[in-house]
Design a protein around this ligand. Structure first.
Ligand SMILES: NC(=O)c1ccc[n+]([C@@H]2O[C@H](COP(=O)([O-])OP(=O)(O)OC[C@H]3O[C@@H](n4cnc5c(N)ncnc54)[C@H](OP(=O)(O)O)[C@@H]3O)[C@@H](O)[C@H]2O)c1
Length: 247
């Protein structure tokens, strides 16, 4: 990837997004890092300087996508790739989960990525760029107790495949489906401590590699998908990076 490339990464400052940011920066690109909280973004900026520009936005807010694309093109003069990583994960069974949470997950996990792709399209087309959506194995597997989250990620997978055809050959659209990765998300799912522990033990048992993944193990795949020299003929792919959980 040339130093001139510019990549928007949502949810860039923590968890999987942080791993993606580190890997993409290593490839030489400039990163526009998006998140709601200013502090982790500021920490990223302090650490990486001019290679990073930060945008404090809720990706689901009206007009956020336009502002993110404008910030990226102003900072780096172009935009080559969008990584839709910001996500909302709220777990619970159908009968006890507030349907408003389903709306919130669809807004952040599906609608916001679509809107960001739409706003970035002129730039992505101009540079023969690409999109990487961070989905989940939950979009491919049955998800009892997490049906709304799974449905939102299945919708993101569908969006990925449809847009890959719709935007080809100008813009490539792929998704990575992570298995369980240790991130702050695990403390914000709405489950209590015992419920979280029960879920984590079950996930470990159903992951052949016998461990949770690391954020940079996702980030390296994202970096490869963005790189046209490696992935110029890859579009519409839903790539499980999951310790074998979907095997
Ligand atoms: N961890 C896993 O096991 C796992 C497995 C499969 C898939 N995933 C997916 O991987 C992605 C990253 O998850 P993670 O585990 O790294 O979670 P995380 O550590 O909670 O990170 C989520 C990031 O997204 C940002 N974010 C959340 N909502 C946002 C919004 N509305 N607008 C802007 N930024 C927002 C958060 O920052 P702010 O709070 O500052 O906004 C945070 O930096 C998600 O799409 C998740 O569904 C995770």
């Amino acid at each position: 990837m040339s130093t001139a490339q510019s990549v928007v990464i949502t949810g860039a400052a923590t968890g999987i997004g942080r791993g993606i940011t580190e890997c993409v920066l290593k490839s030489g690109a400039g990163v526009t890092a998006v998140g709601r909280r200013e502090e982790p973004l500021r920490e990223l900026k302090d650490r990486y300087g001019d290679a990073v520009t930060v945008v404090a936005e809720d990706v689901s807010a009206p007009g956020a996508a336009e502002r993110i694309v404008a910030a990226a093109t102003e900072a780096f003069g172009r935009l080559d790739a969008v990584v839709n990583n910001a996500g909302l994960a709220r777990f619970g069974e159908l009968e006890t989960t507030d349907p408003a949470l389903f709306d919130a997950m669809l807004a952040v996990n599906v609608r916001a990525p679509a809107e960001l792709i739409r706003c970035a399209l002129p730039q992505l087309r101009a540079h023969r760029g690409s999109v990487v959506n961070i989905s989940s194995v939950g979009g491919a597997l049955s998800m009892p107790g997490r049906a709304f989250y799974g449905a939102s990620k299945a919708a993101l997978n569908s969006l990925t495949r449809s847009l890959a055809r719709e935007l080809a050959p100008d813009v490539r659209v792929n998704a990575v489906m992570p298995g369980p990765v240790d991130t702050p998300m695990w403390h914000e799912t709405g489950l209590d401590g015992a419920g979280t522990e029960h879920l984590r033990v079950g996930l470990l048992a159903s992951t052949p590699m016998g461990r949770f993944g690391q954020d940079t193990e996702i980030g390296r795949w994202v970096s490869l998908l963005i790189d046209p020299e490696v992935s110029g003929w890859v579009t519409g792919a839903l790539i499980p990076v999951d310790g074998g959980r979907t095997a």
